[in-house]
Write a protein that binds this ligand. Structure first.
Ligand code: GLN
Length: 265
């Protein structure tokens, strides 16, 4: 009984050795026969800050799943170009450093294409227009437009284009203070509790918040700045950038893009 068991074990080990040696020859090159049958699908790690509806946010039915416009769009591009994606949840201001250090391969996070960021990453073609808006608490009678923000306190998302805009207003001596917070929900809360007077944030995101939570905030200027979002890759990663641009053009041409638009807007 014992003997036959050890024979069996030796047999299994030998099969294992043959299988391993069949995969690579002494130079480390993979076996040509195997290549024909197995197509290698690359997996790219996508970094995102998933608290930014309707672009990327947790599915309320399963909080482990990230859903949204950006998610559907990159999934469609990945299917078109033949790659898999794996999501990595990061704070917004940690995304560019993570890309530069190789922790992630693509930023898909409602990221605005700016000249300054072009210095640190390479952007895809723009995939949606999303400018900045100014919003205040729903019961605020004080601020009716940009003209009324003199001496007021801005609340913005750290590392965002809204923060850059608020910094400019502060430098120009127009506003008195800028408060930086991690997520849009925190920003709205600080407007509600009076810590800040107004918020500068991406128009579609502020609008989406208002639809989900009526009566909390109101938009007083929807044209603070006009911008576009792009996917970002590490500077010089033209292979991946070409896949993103080709995939984007394909899903725009075949109607998939419009379907995704209809789902979220
Ligand atoms: N679009 C803004 C930016 O790029 C904010 C993006 C975000 O918070 N996800 O700075």
């Amino acid at each position: 009984m014992k003997k036959s068991f050890s024979f069996l074990l030796i047999g299994i080990l030998m099969i294992g050795l043959v299988a391993v040696s069949g995969c690579a020859d002494s130079t480390g090159e993979t076996n040509k026969v195997e290549d024909v049958t197995e197509e290698v699908v690359p997996t790219y790690v996508v970094g995102t800050e998933p608290y930014f509806p309707p672009f990327e946010y947790a599915d309320e039915n399963n909080s482990n799943d990230i859903i949204g416009f950006d998610v559907d769009l990159i999934n469609a591009i990945a299917a078109d170009q033949g790659f898999n994606v794996e999501w990595k949840d990061l704070e917004f201001d940690a995304l560019i450093p993570a890309l530069q250090s190789g922790q992630i391969d693509i930023i898909v996070s409602g990221m605005t294409i700016t000249e300054e960021r072009e210095g640190s990453v390479d952007f895809s073609d723009p995939y949606i227009n999303a400018g900045l808006s100014l919003a205040v608490a729903a019961d605020n009678e004080d601020i009716k437009s940009m003209a009324d923000i003199q001496g007021k306190v801005a609340v913005v998302q750290q590392g965002s284009t809204g923060a850059l805009k608020a910094d400019e207003l502060k430098e120009e001596g127009i506003i008195s203070e800028v408060i930086y917070l991690a997520h849009v929900s925190d920003i709205v809360m600080s407007i509600q509790n009076g810590r800040g007077d107004f918020m500068i944030n991406d128009l579609p995101v502020t609008k989406s918040f208002m639809v989900q939570n009526p009566g909390v905030i109101k938009i007083v200027d929807d044209q603070v700045q006009s911008d576009s979002y792009g996917f970002a890759v590490k500077t010089g990663n033209t292979e991946l950038l070409d896949m993103l641009n080709t995939g984007l053009a394909n899903v725009q041409a075949d109607g998939t893009y419009d379907q995704i638009m209809e789902t979220y807007f």
